[in-house]
Design a protein around this ligand. Structure first.
Ligand SMILES: NC(=O)c1ccc[n+]([C@@H]2O[C@H](COP(=O)([O-])OP(=O)(O)OC[C@H]3O[C@@H](n4cnc5c(N)ncnc54)[C@H](O)[C@@H]3O)[C@@H](O)[C@H]2O)c1
Length: 299
């Protein structure tokens, strides 16, 4: 039994798989062309987000029984075709929940107090005590679009910080401590809007020009969910118009980000899709992925 590791994976995870008696072939930089050449030999492969498990890879993988995604989103895997071919697709959905929730809360604080902008000003040798008037998040309303694992972990933290939490999630019928409502009502009530939905046909540009129009003036937006859920041109315009006071982005319609227009605005802060980028989450992702490999390979 052997497994092909296609992207950089926690070394402890590889040791766990080997300890179970499965041969590990570690090719963290494998190219798409090399993958097509070698995949026929493997019953199992592990990917993060770099490697794309396309229809061509699934067709070439004549021995393939399982694809393990060390992470949450499955955007880099043709899941429907894998299902058709009888190839199991497994992920590690809970491993990064806390890390993403903590980054979201950090962004709310950073937006409320202009922390990145103040740091830049200090580094430039300035002492701008009057420029950066902040606001409190306590007493404010957080609107969650998507109230699954991460949305709820954010809700718990926001409630502990004195916020009221409301949510739009048509697939959830009841939540303790969070008031569910339709999207228009949420847009009109929220001081902070945070997205925690997958990118689907329904959520594509869910924050579009019409949605921005319905928001309160001075609203702040956070996206640590998935790119493609915010119309980035509409966000740019809403910031220029003064409707949106600030935005914190970890994910983008196109990654790596090539259009730097949003980042030309002082009100935009962000990161390069590192919501799950903590030591703890990486270890947990590796361990859960190893467990999935062992379960599928040893039955
Ligand atoms: N930034 C990062 O590094 C990072 C890391 C991990 C996860 N994520 C992303 O965060 C998102 C949330 O992850 P999760 O673990 O909470 O997933 P989850 O499946 O637990 O929750 C997603 C929620 O979105 C809801 N939803 C689906 N379609 C919707 C719609 N049209 N309108 C409103 N709600 C809708 C679902 O009902 C569900 O409750 C995912 O897209 C995931 O890929 C990002």
């Amino acid at each position: 039994m052997k497994v092909l590791i296609c992207d950089a994976t926690d070394p402890k995870a590889l040791q766990l798989i080997e300890a179970a008696g499965i041969e590990v072939v570690n090719q963290p930089d494998i190219t798409p062309e090399e993958l097509l050449q070698v995949i026929p030999d493997y019953p199992c492969m592990v990917v993060r987000s770099r490697t794309k498990v396309t229809r061509a890879v699934l067709d070439a993988g004549t021995s393939l029984k399982a694809v393990v995604r060390a992470g949450v989103g499955l955007d880099n895997i043709d899941v429907a075709y894998a299902k058709e071919k009888g190839v199991q697709v497994l992920n590690t959905p809970t491993a990064s929940t806390q890390s993403v929730a903590e980054l979201t809360v950090a962004y709310m604080m950073a937006l409320a107090r202009n922390i990145p902008q103040m740091t830049a000003s200090m580094k430039a040798g300035k002492w701008e005590k009057k420029t950066f008037l902040g606001s409190e998040i306590s007493g404010k309303t957080l609107g969650l679009i998507g109230s699954g694992r991460i949305g709820l972990a954010v809700a718990d933290r926001a409630i502990a910080l004195g916020m009221t939490v409301i949510a739009f999630d048509p697939y959830v019928s009841e939540l303790p401590k969070v008031t569910l409502m339709d999207l228009d009502e949420l847009l009109s009530k929220a001081d902070y809007i945070s997205l925690h939905v997958p990118h689907t046909d329904e959520t594509h540009n869910i924050l579009n020009p019409e949605a921005f129009e319905k928001m309160k003036a001075g609203v702040r937006i956070i996206n640590c969910g998935r790119g493609g859920t915010i119309d980035e041109e509409a966000l740019y315009q809403a910031i220029q118009d003064g409707k949106v006071a600030g935005a914190a982005l970890d994910v983008y319609a196109e990654e790596p980000l090539s259009d730097k227009k949003l980042y030309s605005l002082d009100q935009v802060i962000g990161s390069p899709h590192i919501g799950a980028g903590t030591r703890e989450a990486k270890e947990r992702v590796g361990q859960e992925a190893a467990q999935k490999v062992i379960e599928t390979q040893l039955g």
